[in-house]
Design a protein around this ligand. Structure first.
Ligand SMILES: [Zn+2]
Length: 977
């Protein structure tokens, strides 16, 4: 077939069109697992994390609880970690990541119990319960692990750390033992948060404070029966004799409580020695009944407000200091005993109540401490189910969360000593598992004495870098204020507190010999051994003869002690300990969890590490917020606003409604959010992310598609010989690399997300590639103007793949696998973090380029108005005339810069404006279609002269001069020739 006989449309085949197997559609459901299999085959993570030339980097994984399906909170956390690890790997560091799971504890124990028939439950032994819990936890770990892997997270998935592993449990016993031997662990009767519904003590981290809790707010009078001499004298001088005051119906101290069930445990009334108190005559106001006392002691500052709330006139008779009240003997309003007014502490304020505090040492921490000061017993007439015991006298058998309050209030009302009761809404701790209220209850528990290492912990906090910096204040305040850490739990599924009690005396056996022996047993057999063996089988040889005298303890450790020992169990940070991998170090470089972990894992890890080694287990701590829906609400099934990451990645049942967006879109979301605050996610956000994903993908596809015949070793143009436009594009690429490198360094991934979009949409699509179309499609395949452009495309696409690799890891690898020319590295991750040669950084290119882009925008606006007016179609139908007058100097300088280019075939304004002809100065075109002036630059649009070339669509005046190709311009004829 000769050219002249060919139909015009065949010229399309003479263009250099896109060719690439890199598809427009991600097909993530198929392609992402293929890419992951490719990585596995290459042993990519394993090789990079173990053989990279750089330093080791330890991001220590906080273990998620091994129960339930993965949610977007897991995605935020693990993907952030993975972005950081992948960046480190690309930067040549040995970033080994050992994923962990928290496997012990009540929720799993409850799951197992709930799954049993009552007959099975009856036969359950601690050992069989533990076996079932173990199996359940492992099953949950496998489920969550599959989800994490599908998200493209790199880790030692085949060797995770589990808090139920023998070696981990043994290391934890090592931490406990070191704390015992350092004197930081003690046993004591102490009020702890107790959950009657779970029948166990709870840690702070196991409490939640739901809205809307109300308690009875109760004011009561405790009648005085004896006064200290000095007070009696003062009162007498004020007109109230000691006899009258201490007789029935005389003087009483007024107290306030929201837990009337603790009244049977009352052993003192506490005052603040520095506060002023008023002794007042009492008279009823309005219809109120007169109380059964004539005088009341209240804080002076509260007197007036109490008049209102109690409905009594309180006429001050005498003002005294709290210290003067110490020693008043009062009669218990409900029981046959007397107690004293004592000096409490600064916890007694005038913010609420009466300024005199009902004190029950068995049911409150302040009460306990005050009681200790006065040698009061730790009376706790409440059993583990919350029932009052015989010590509560007539109230025995009532339940503190049910009938105890009304029964006690009714009795109090009968005495005439109830001054007032009403409902009161306040913050109150609930059991986070059972969602039922907790109480304070004194029990025999094991404690870590935070007081013993508080100063060291605060010093350690100061040495850590907290990101954001406000995290430091949070944890500092929590550690300064926290009481001793109750580490014992009355449950079965956990690590035992390895202690023996003397069967007769109750004496405790816990020393280096027993600790070492049990640690060795657990290292060999796992913690089950504690339940499987009797005392003789658990005690070291030197105690064998007296084994019958000892009884092993039944408490397990708080699960926060489990996970808080991971620096020992995983990073090997304990004497004789081994880390899980040679690349791991202690203290870790980074801990990264939700901001609630200042109360949880960050703190438990800090306390154990400081107690044993005197320093924090981490150098930096980075926190993230929580995931919410698009309206800032919590995700919940009842609101129907839950985004299931599995559905987002793999698609839902109805793929039209819930398409499979793939892991990269989930990862892109993580990179897009400012995670220092709470982060939103919902269907609208997912759609926007999918759009951004497509833009990046299409940009990459365009770059790859234009490189199908390019071989850098053969065709690349040296930097110095590149046209200005190309050098500018490389300058933009260098700027992107610099800014993104900084963003990743500072963990500010949302800046990367913005910079990436800007680069793809503005620098590449709107400017460089828009102008480059003619160079790429129309030029001869091997022409300089095309090869120079391909040189840039290759340099850019390789770096783009590297920059997105930590986040869009699958797309980055897909790009790499579709590079149409040979590269040395099999994976984008083997290439390493993108860099730019120094010669690319030519900031002087930016100023003239900005001027020209402004001019381009002005021309585009005029072309657009012509198009919308129907005067023009494609911009190539137009010619542009420019006229420069006063004020146009920056533009003129930019045009001169462009004209001075050594490569006018690329660096020419008509091509950059996508028009067929450009005229500078001279006379205006005959028929001006549009005209505009800005900053001394006048732009006139007119129809281009000549005819449209069938091949390049330029309007040229030399068409028809070539008989072989009568519909082509001279340039195109030359290309075909
Ligand atoms: Zn042409």
């Amino acid at each position: 077939m000769t050219a002249s006989s060919a139909p015009a449309t065949s010229y399309k085949d003479t263009l250099n069109l896109l060719q690439t197997p890199f598809s427009m559609r991600a097909n993530a459901k198929v392609r992402e697992p293929e890419i992951q299999a490719f990585w596995a085959e290459l042993q990519l993570y394993e090789r990079l994390s173990q053989q990279n030339p750089g330093e080791s980097f330890t991001l220590h994984d906080g273990p998620p609880y091994a129960n339930g399906a993965l949610h977007v909170g897991h995605a935020l956390n693990k993907i952030l970690k993975d972005i950081i690890n992948k960046t480190a790997l690309l930067q040549g560091k040995r970033a080994r990541f050992i994923p962990g799971w928290d496997c012990h504890g009540l929720p799993i124990e409850l799951k197992v119990l709930q799954g049993l028939k009552s007959s099975e439950r009856a036969e359950l032994t601690p050992v069989s319960l533990r076996h079932k819990a173990h199996a359940y936890a492992l099953e949950q770990v496998e489920g969550q692990k599959a989800g994490f892997r599908r998200w493209g997270i790199w880790a030692d998935w085949d060797q995770p750390y589990l808090t139920l592993q023998k070696s981990y449990e043994a290391a934890q016993i090592g931490v406990f033992g070191a704390m015992v031997l350092a004197g930081h662990i003690y046993r004591g009767l102490k009020p702890v948060h107790w959950s009657p519904s779970s029948r166990t003590a709870l840690a702070e981290a196991e409490l939640e404070y739901p809205d809307g809790h109300t308690s009875p707010s109760v004011y009561a009078a405790f009648p005085a029966v004896e006064l200290p001499e000095a007070l009696a004298a003062q009162l007498s001088a004020a007109g109230l004799s000691a006899e009258t005051a201490t007789a029935a119906g005389g003087l009483a101290v007024a107290i306030w409580t929201t837990t009337p069930w603790t009244l049977p445990a009352n052993l003192a009334v506490s005052v603040n020695e520095r506060l002023d108190y008023a002794i007042c005559a009492v008279a009823p106001q309005g219809d109120n009944a007169a109380p059964a006392v004539s005088h009341l002691v209240v804080a002076a500052e509260l007197r007036e407000s109490l008049e209102t709330s109690l409905g009594l006139a309180l006429t001050p008779l005498l003002s005294v200091k709290g210290a003067d009240l110490e020693g008043i003997v009062y009669r218990h309003p409900l029981l046959e005993r007397t107690s004293k007014v004592v000096i409490g502490g600064d916890y007694i304020t005038t913010e609420a109540g009466t300024g005199l505090v009902h004190t029950a040492p068995g049911h409150g921490v302040d009460d306990f401490n005050t009681g200790k000061k006065y040698g009061l017993p730790v009376l706790c007439p409440v059993d583990e189910a919350g029932n009052l015991t015989a010590e509560a006298g007539p109230f025995a058998g009532t339940n503190v969360l049910k009938d105890a309050n009304p029964t006690i209030l009714e009795a109090l009302e009968g005495t005439g000593l109830l001054l007032k009761q009403e409902r009161y809404e306040h913050r109150y701790p609930y059991d986070w598992r059972t969602k039922k209220p907790t109480i304070f209850r004194a029990t025999e528990q094991w404690f870590a004495s935070v007081e013993g290492f508080r100063a060291a912990a605060l010093e350690a906090i100061a040495q850590v870098e907290w990101l954001p910096a406000s995290g430091r204040n949070r944890i500092e305040a929590m550690v300064s204020e926290r009481g001793d850490w109750c580490i014992s739990r009355q449950r079965t599924w956990g690590v035992p507190i390895p202690v023996f009690y003397h069967r007769e005396t109750g004496e405790v056996l816990l020393n280096q010999a027993t600790l070492d022996h049990i640690q060795a047993l657990i290292a060999e057999h796992g913690a089950d051994v504690w339940w499987e063996r009797d005392e003789a089988g658990l005690l070291p040889a030197e105690y064998a003869a007296e084994a019958a005298q000892w009884r092993k303890g039944t408490d397990t450790m708080d699960v926060w002690f489990d996970s808080g020992s991971s620096w020992a169990g995983v990073l090997g940070g304990i004497a004789g300990g081994e880390s899980r991998a040679p690349e791991l170090h202690y203290p870790a470089d980074l801990y990264l969890e939700g901001s609630d972990q200042h109360r949880g894992w960050f703190q438990s890890s800090l306390l154990t590490s400081v107690a044993v080694n005197g320093h924090a287990p981490y150098k930096r701590v980075l926190t993230h917020g929580f995931t919410l829906d698009e309206k800032g609400r919590k995700m919940s099934k009842s609101l129907g606003n839950v985004v299931d990451p599995a559905v987002l990645v793999e698609g839902g049942k109805n793929e039209k409604q819930d398409p499979a967006y793939g892991a990269d879109v989930l990862r892109l979301w993580v990179s897009s959010v400012d995670y220092s605050a709470d982060v939103p996610l919902g269907p609208g956000i997912v759609k926007q992310l999918a759009d951004v994903y497509r833009k990046v993908r299409n940009t990459a596809r365009y770059l790859l598609g234009n490189l199908h015949d390019f071989d850098p070793t053969r065709d690349a143009v040296p930097y110095a010989e590149l046209p200005l436009l190309d050098q500018w594009m490389l300058q933009r690429t260098a700027a992107l690399i610099d800014s993104v490198s900084g963003d990743f360094q500072r963990f500010e991934f949302y800046r990367f997300f913005q910079a990436l979009q800007n680069f793809c949409v503005v620098d590449l699509s709107n400017v460089y590639l828009d102008i480059a179309k003619d160079r790429l499609y129309v030029s001869g395949a091997q022409e300089f103007r095309r090869r120079s452009c391909q040189t840039v495309l290759a340099l850019v696409v390789e770096r783009l793949a590297g920059l997105i690799a930590p986040v869009l890891c699958h797309m980055a690898e897909d790009i790499w696998q579709n590079l149409p020319y040979a590269v040395a590295e099999r994976s984008v991750f083997e290439r390493g973090w993108p860099t730019a040669p120094a010669e690319w950084r030519r900031a002087e290119l930016e100023t003239p380029m900005e001027q020209i882009l402004e001019l381009r925008a002005l021309v585009n606006r005029q072309l657009e108005s012509c198009r919308s007016g129907g005067q023009l179609g494609a911009s190539l139908e137009a010619q542009v005339q420019l006229e420069l007058s006063e004020g146009s100097e920056p533009t003129a300088a930019a045009l001169a810069w462009l004209e001075a280019s050594a490569h006018p075939s690329v660096d020419n304004l008509a091509d950059w404006l996508l028009v067929s002809a450009l005229q500078q100065g001279g006379s205006a075109p005959a028929e001006v279609l549009a005209e505009a002036s800005e900053a001394g630059v006048t732009v006139r649009i007119a129809k281009a002269a000549g005819e449209k070339c069938e091949r390049c669509w330029h309007y040229e005046t030399d068409i028809g001069q070539h008989s072989a190709h009568p519909s082509l311009c001279g340039r195109c004829v030359a290309v075909l020739g």
